[in-house]
Design a protein around this ligand. Structure first.
Ligand code: CAA
Length: 256
């Protein structure tokens, strides 16, 4: 298999495992990622980590050889498959991180952008180079990139196909932070350990308020926030969290 789903304590781990082709995404890998997202959604994992095998790449994008000689409808179905797979990751009830330790191009960066967070090592290089192939991004890049880094910078990257290094990506907000180390999984675990100690209710409501609010006006977003924060007060975890504070002890959240 060129994509593996495994579990490591509280973490679900998706490994793109095709290092000889820099983990380039074949259609069967997109389907496997989509199926893996369903499996993770039904698991009791607290966070998802996405990594690429081998020292050179997180993922060099869609498999260009496979993209050739396909009919119009097949191309459209391929784009929809990639979009659906990455959207499932974006909509998981648990947070996710892509650990970019080398190249993340095209579909590879689009997969990373479907994750809640991205972290990168100094060696990371990222871009949406589709324009160089006479193409445009098709697995969510034209939509997620401007939401992450703004219209002007997104257009610069999409229309020039330029590669950015880890420092520029961090400055632009494309990655959350630059991390040091050679083991992507260990780096992902270390980063995600900040998020897994809290109840899933609060963590989900918080993420939902931010993500849904970005799709609408401030006024409608404030209404979403009022509803979700009110809902949070109704959870047993909120009672536990506030009681633990008053009793000066560590809360025990139960995701209810
Ligand atoms: N598809 C298929 N094979 C790929 C690939 C890709 N996207 N990227 C790399 N490979 C293969 C190469 O063909 C090569 O295989 P062989 O050894 O059999 O020739 C192997 O991986 C190693 O690659 P390189 O020899 O090119 O390695 P390099 O270090 O010299 O260069 C690179 C690395 C700059 C990432 C270069 O491989 C490259 O430019 N790759 C293509 C990147 C790209 O254009 N990605 C976008 C794809 S289109 C897309 O993703 C559309 C979309 O939105 C869905």
């Amino acid at each position: 298999m060129t994509m593996k789903l495994s579990y490591d304590g509280p973490f679900a781990v998706i490994t793109l495992d095709r290092p000889d082709a820099l983990n380039a995404l074949q259609f069967q890998m997109l389907q496997a990622i989509s199926d893996a997202a369903d499996e993770v959604a039904a698991s009791d994992a607290r966070a998802l980590i996405v990594v690429g095998a081998g020292p050179k790449a997180f993922c060099a994008g869609a498999d260009i050889k496979e993209l050739m000689d396909r009919s119009l409808m097949e191309q459209r179905q391929g784009a929809q498959l990639g979009q659906r797979a990455f959207d499932k990751i974006a909509k998981l009830h648990i947070p996710s991180v892509a650990v970019i330790h080398g190249y993340a191009f095209g579909g590879g960066l689009e997969l990373a952008m479907g994750c809640t967070f991205r972290i990168a090592t100094e060696r990371a290089r990222m871009g949406l180079p589709e324009v160089k192939l006479g193409l445009i991004p098709g697995y969510g890049g034209t939509q997620r990139l401007p939401r992450l880094i703004g219209e002007a910078r997104a257009l610069e990257l999409v229309m020039s196909g330029r590669t950015v290094d880890a420092k520029e990506a961090e400055r632009w907000g494309l990655v959350n932070r630059i991390v040091e180390g050679d083991d992507p999984l260990a780096l992902g675990k270390q980063f995600m350990s900040e998020f897994i100690g809290y109840g899933l209710c609060a963590s989900q409501f918080a993420r939902e308020a931010v993500v849904r609010g970005l799709e609408t006006t401030v006024e409608a977003g404030l209404a979403i926030e009022a509803d979700l924060s009110t809902l949070a007060y109704q959870t047993k975890d909120a009672v536990e969290g506030m009681t633990a504070f008053v009793e000066k002890r560590k809360p025990e959240f139960k995701d209810v």
